[in-house]
Design a protein around this ligand. Sequence first.
Ligand code: FAD
Length: 401
Amino acid sequence: MVDIKLYGASWCPDCRRAKKFLADQRVPYEWHDIESDPDGVRVVQERNDGKNTIPTIIFPDGSHLAEPSNEELAEKIGLERVAMQHVYDLIIIGGGPAGLTTAIYAARENLETLIVDSKGLGGQAGITERLDNYPGFPDGIGGADLADRFVKQAERYGVETLQAVSVTSVTDDGHRELDVETATGDHYHARAVLLATGSSYRRTDAEGEEDLIGAGIHFCATCDGPFYRGSEELMVIGGGNSGLEEGLFLAQFTNRVTIVEQGDALRGSRLLQDKVLNHPKIEIQLRHGVKAFRSKDDGSGKLGAVLVEDLASGEVIERHPAGVFVFIGLDPNTGFLQGLVSLDERGFIVTDPMFMTNVPGIFAAGDVRQGSTKQLASAVGEGAAVAIQIRGYLDRMEASA
Ligand SMILES: Cc1cc2nc3c(=O)[nH]c(=O)nc-3n(C[C@H](O)[C@H](O)[C@H](O)COP(=O)(O)OP(=O)(O)OC[C@H]3O[C@@H](n4cnc5c(N)ncnc54)[C@H](O)[C@@H]3O)c2cc1C
């Protein structure tokens, strides 16, 4: 049941921020666009002394917030943003599948463990509509459901969690303790830190994209391509190596793959280009870009149409692929680590075979690690493996103290 009602307009940046904040915390809400809902205007004006103040957010207890900051929203929905103590055995930065798995293993070994996540716990898995290739669930499982199970299991072993709190820096004070600073200005200390901050798929930022992710817009062909078996058309955005490789992969499920690339030429390797150009099911649209994504009119909330713009003429064509796969790059979430640990040229964290970075006591696992496979089962596997390495590291430290 959705109890929070969010009134706003599609052009309002603060409304988009509030929507994103609630979605990041996986808090369900009902969206009312006051431009297409006259009753919405009345509600907003009634709550704000006749003014059209948006976003206006009405909560289940009848109270409301007008133009709230993320901090005010976090407080209102009861998120804990300050930890109970200042010193832990292990601090895990990032509460996705890798971080949560490490936490379960570490807490079972009686390590005092804190997880800090800038959004909601569960990471990318938590915002994935359906996972069909995670072992143990023969009929697939909803991403939010799986994430909730990870969190419950971690909490059962006493792991402490903070959500909507970004880590802004990690400092090695050279005295066997690491200092983790958060955006709330708090400092926490631990003898070991795990970096499990994942990576973010670049988005087109075209209108309508945010609401359709997982409902027709995807970032992983291995994960979601099989849902489109027997479809008429799939669209791939991006003509680099990933776009071409994934386009070839998707061709087995559909009658036609259209690859949309905004440049004058494909950017992938010569070999991939030859394969794509000679593939009977693949069509290339150069110098085109996505202008907007539209939902179906049937209220299903699924992708209905893609508006593709010819960048030379400005002409906009409406297309109706069954699904769209966006491959325009992947950025590791390592901006706050510059100068601390070794990163590769793309910003992924370099580790040794024991998952340790070049800084003793700082480990990395999951999608943020150089060479990771960007799959949930791998992230969980790395989470378990790194927990065992961290245990060994802490034992050695204790023995040498
Ligand atoms: C739409 C989509 C569908 C997918 N479908 C599948 C699928 O079907 N099968 C499959 O195997 N894989 C799938 N994946 C990939 C899978 O979800 C990832 O491989 C997995 O979640 C990686 O786990 P992780 O813990 O390494 O990182 P993430 O899940 O990315 O978690 C990292 C966490 O770190 C947090 N964080 C980042 N920076 C900071 C900071 N500075 N401070 C604090 N916290 C921070 C983030 O908020 C996030 O919660 C999908 C991914 C997406 C986006």
